[in-house]
Design a protein around this ligand. Structure first.
Ligand code: GDP
Length: 457
């Protein structure tokens, strides 16, 4: 370690996994977690709320010669458990992305697909460094798995036919990245991962390439965290709400990823709410109990404090109106009013430009609302109202006030229809679209509009 590094200011980088449906995001995360757990002699893993912490010792024992622990000041990697760009765009920090780095999973046979493009757009917009995991290499005809080998050696051990088929697919992806404006290459040819995107061939089934992927993630984080991140791991905690959940015995709680500072039991916190910032006091900080201990007892254990980076469930009074995607801030060493203003300012950044006449949009989190608003702007669909939350009678009433018929529509992303709104929907002159894939939701709406226009001609 050199003199200019301060190990205690480098927190665990937060890693998100994105990619098109079925390209293997979940399998890849499962494989990484599973093989980490089997490295029992190293630090194994720590399961957080919403995230998994894999310490450096485990990573280096998984990655073998590819990761020398002496080369790194980082404590490990914190993988967000929910893959997909929906959760990625939900998870924001100070207006940017909460995840420090991302893995973009692309099925090597399938190449870029609509959600790959969406994910790339989001990564570009948020300036998030990423690597591409070219997954499912084991499905290459004639593939001969080489377990425990760095992927470059595994490739050399393939028949010429298998190697050239795989290469063809890999270069297709490299070309698609280039069309999207990124210079990319197979990872072992990349000198500087901040300038070029490394493509790592992997298989979530045979685990080939996973050591390489971890090595690239460590290398990328180390550079990125040192150069770009000013983190005060001992300061007042800052986090982002993943989910608001009712928990027996605790009432409404917020699952939170803490990306800076420390949150302690008893701290006064400010949390972004539906109408106003919520000011409350932490009653309990909850972490999952280690698996072995989960029997009939409570699922959670209380901890006195958590420091970044971590996932934790915060129990506190008055959290019912907390919003997924909203900021959480500890009030310590500065006036409450300043913190409230900070939370308001962060929420205001996400406000959507609305038009006099347009559709009504509902989404489950601020980040996804913003993503919807961006996608609708690109599709030139005006928005009359955009809000976080399930579809309520009020939304239907507002949608009905639209002037143009095609705007009498409710677009719900990842939300439910409240029971008391269901009856009203039946009698209302409003068309409802719900989906948990943005481009499909918008496509459905556009198809509807086209059909309506055709019928009118
Ligand atoms: P997600 O929608 O991106 O999370 O994709 P999943 O992880 O659910 O994977 C979709 C399907 O692809 C599942 O049937 C997986 O078993 C399969 N799959 C994922 N990764 C691999 C891989 O590396 N090799 C093979 N052969 N199948 C895979």
């Amino acid at each position: 370690m050199t003199d200019d590094t301060q190990p205690d200011t480098l927190r665990t980088p937060i890693v998100a996994v994105l990619g098109h449906v079925d390209h293997g995001k979940t399998s890849l995360l499962d494989e990484i977690r599973g093989s980490a757990v089997s490295e029992a002699e190293a630090g194994a893993i720590t399961q957080h709320i919403g995230a998994t912490d894999i310490p450096l010792s485990t990573i280096s024992s998984m990655a073998g010669e590819l990761v020398n622990p002496d080369d790194f000041d980082l404590p490990g990697l914190l993988f967000i458990d929910t893959p997909g760009h929906h959760s990625f765009s939900t998870l924001r920090a100070r207006g940017g992305a909460l995840a420090d780095i991302a893995v973009l999973v692309v099925d090597v046979n399938d190449g870029f697909q609509p959600q790959t493009e969406e994910a790339i757009d989001i990564l570009r917009r948020t300036g998030t460094p990423f690597v591409v995991a070219a997954n499912k290499i084991d499905t290459t005809p004639g593939w001969n798995p080489q377990e425990g080998e760095p992927i470059q050696r595994s490739l050399e051990a393939q028949s010429e036919r298998a190697e050239s088929m795989l290469n063809e697919n890999l270069y297709e992806i490299i070309g698609q990245l280039s069309d999207a404006g990124f210079s990319a290459d197979l990872y072992w040819r990349v000198q500087d991962f901040q300038k070029n995107i490394g493509v790592v061939p992997v298989s979530a089934i045979t685990a080939e390439g996973i050591p390489d992927l971890l090595a690239v993630l460590m290398g990328l984080s180390q550079r990125f965290m040192k150069e770009e991140m000013a983190i005060d791991v001992h300061g007042p905690g800052e986090g982002t709400v993943l989910e608001v959940k009712d928990e027996r015995g605790f009432g409404a709680t917020v699952d939170t990823v803490v990306y800076d500072g420390v949150i302690r039991n008893g701290d006064t916190i400010v949390v972004g709410g539906q109408d106003e910032p919520i000011v409350t006091e932490v009653r309990a900080l909850l972490q999952p109990r280690p698996l072995a201990e989960i029997r009939t007892e409570k699922q959670f254990e209380k901890v006195a404090e958590v420091g970044a980076a971590a996932g934790v469930k915060i129990a506190a009074p008055d959290l019912d109106d907390a919003m997924a995607g909203a900021p959480v801030r500890v009030v310590r060493d500065r006036p409450l009013q300043d913190v409230i203003e900070e939370v308001k300012a962060e929420l205001a950044e996400i406000e959507v430009d609305t038009a006099e006449d347009g559709v009504v949009v509902k989404a489950d989190t601020l980040g996804s609302l913003e993503a919807m608003a961006n996608a609708l702007r690109e599709a030139e669909v005006p928005i009359m109202r955009a809000e976080v939350g399930d579809i309520a009678p009020r939304d239907i009433a507002i949608a009905e006030t639209a002037n143009q018929d095609e705007h009498k529509a409710l677009l719900g992303f990842n939300v439910d229809v409240l029971a008391n709104a269901e009856d009203e929907l039946e009698s209302a002159d409003v068309k409802l679209f719900t989906n948990d894939v943005i481009y499909q939701l918008i496509e459905d709406y556009e198809t509807y509009v086209e059909e309506k226009q055709r019928a009118q001609q």
